[in-house]
Design a protein around this ligand. Structure first.
Ligand code: SF4
Ligand code: SF4
Length: 345
């Protein structure tokens, strides 16, 4: 018997143009890196997605020409500036479909000199982009020379004014104060800021690549626990929410920050919203929509999953391990893209 569960209509979206990135940050939720095939989103897919999102996304409080983290649409990845022509096309199309409050999220690897930086940002603004979000913290600093980040911020402020978001601005100030140049390994950075302070200050979710790349660093803050420890814990952010969901280059409509999961093809969003999700056909979505990790654990166990005796650092870590097992050993269409599970380590 069919059983359908409704999903909320999105008011803000992050559009992943590709999972390919110039960096491979240890805290990356989507496990992006230069190792991914580019598989850039196609123009046809952009049309299909924007057609569905047009009229649904909400502008920022100050209107469609203003930007906010949880308003309108942002272009993200991976690193969108790796394919600047596509980014320009996507901005143009979003403008055509009247998508409000658009901004691009970047690690600034491309800001190699004043001229290039200015030209790229002015071009994007002319095409209709409203703002930019610039990523700064010690994880990015392992890959992006700080002078590029600094340059991109300064020039962005001239071009986009108050629609520039620097995340996290405290780290920008600190790196300036400390006179950083070039890239800095996390190991070296941790010789300058105590591990305790670092873990208190830096913002990240214990999901995606974090449990695999930062397990040792986090052992006092997130001591590994057996599965049952997480069964009653709530998800970090709600699985079913209308804000800050994502759509990737394969048109997967991704709930929140829950990488490796899809509600279906965003080009069929109207149908998905109207009919809901058939949880008999997509049982993993059924468990996650109910926030029933114990149910998912029992389901995976029946299918041969064996728990890791070393435990899990977070609810998301366990959730990803259960899904990874099911994705590699069975064919669950809701666990996409499969490559995400391969790129975690
Ligand atoms: S966090 Fe951002 S810059 Fe770092 S690997 Fe992921 S997508 Fe790339
Ligand atoms: S536990 Fe799973 S469903 Fe919940 S937030 Fe983490 S990845 Fe998403």
């Amino acid at each position: 018997m069919q059983k359908f569960k409704r999903i909320p209509s999105p008011i803000s979206i992050g559009l992943i143009l590709s999972y390919r990135c110039s960096a491979a940050c240890k805290h990356c939720i989507y496990a992006c890196s230069p190792k991914w095939n580019s598989d850039w989103i196609s123009e046809d897919a952009l049309h299909g997605i924007f057609q569905q999102l047009s009229g649904k996304l909400m502008p920022d409080t100050y209107g469609p020409n203003s930007t906010g983290l949880n308003a309108g649409l942002h272009f993200t990845g991976g690193e969108p500036f790796l394919n600047f022509d596509l980014l320009c096309k996507a901005v143009e199309l979003a403008e055509k479909y009247k998508i409000p409050s658009t901004f691009v999220e970047t690690n600034c690897f491309w800001a190699i000199d004043e001229k290039t930086t200015k030209e790229k940002l002015q071009t994007l603004k002319k095409k209709g982009l409203k703002g930019i979000m610039i990523s700064v913290n010690p994880f990015y600093l392992e890959y992006v020379p700080f002078e590029r980040t600094d340059r991109a911020i300064k020039i962005s402020l001239d071009i986009f004014g108050r629609n520039v978001m620097v995340y996290q601005v405290e780290y920008y100030k600190r790196f300036k104060q400390w006179g950083f140049k070039g890239i800095v390994s996390l190991e070296r950075y941790l010789s300058l800021e105590s591990r305790e302070n670092f873990l208190r200050n830096v913002e990240f979710f214990p999901t995606g690549r974090v449990p695999y790349k930062l397990r040792d660093l986090l052992k006092d803050f997130y001591p590994p626990q057996p599965p049952r420890y997480f069964f009653k814990e709530r998800c970090l952010t709600p699985f079913l929410r209308n804000w800050h969901n994502h759509v990737d280059n394969y048109c997967n409509f991704i709930p929140g920050f829950c990488s490796g999961i899809t509600f279906g093809d965003c080009r069929q969003l109207d149908r998905l919203l109207k009919e809901g999700i058939d949880i008999n056909r997509f049982p993993i979505l059924g468990f996650l929509m109910e926030d029933d990790l114990e149910g998912l654990y029992d389901f995976a166990k029946d299918k041969g999953f064996r728990e890791d005796s070393e435990g899990y650092i977070s609810k998301c870590h366990l959730c990803i391990e259960l899904r990874k097992y099911l994705a590699f050993n069975y064919n669950f269409e809701e666990l996409r893209p499969l490559e995400f599970y391969r790129q975690l380590v």
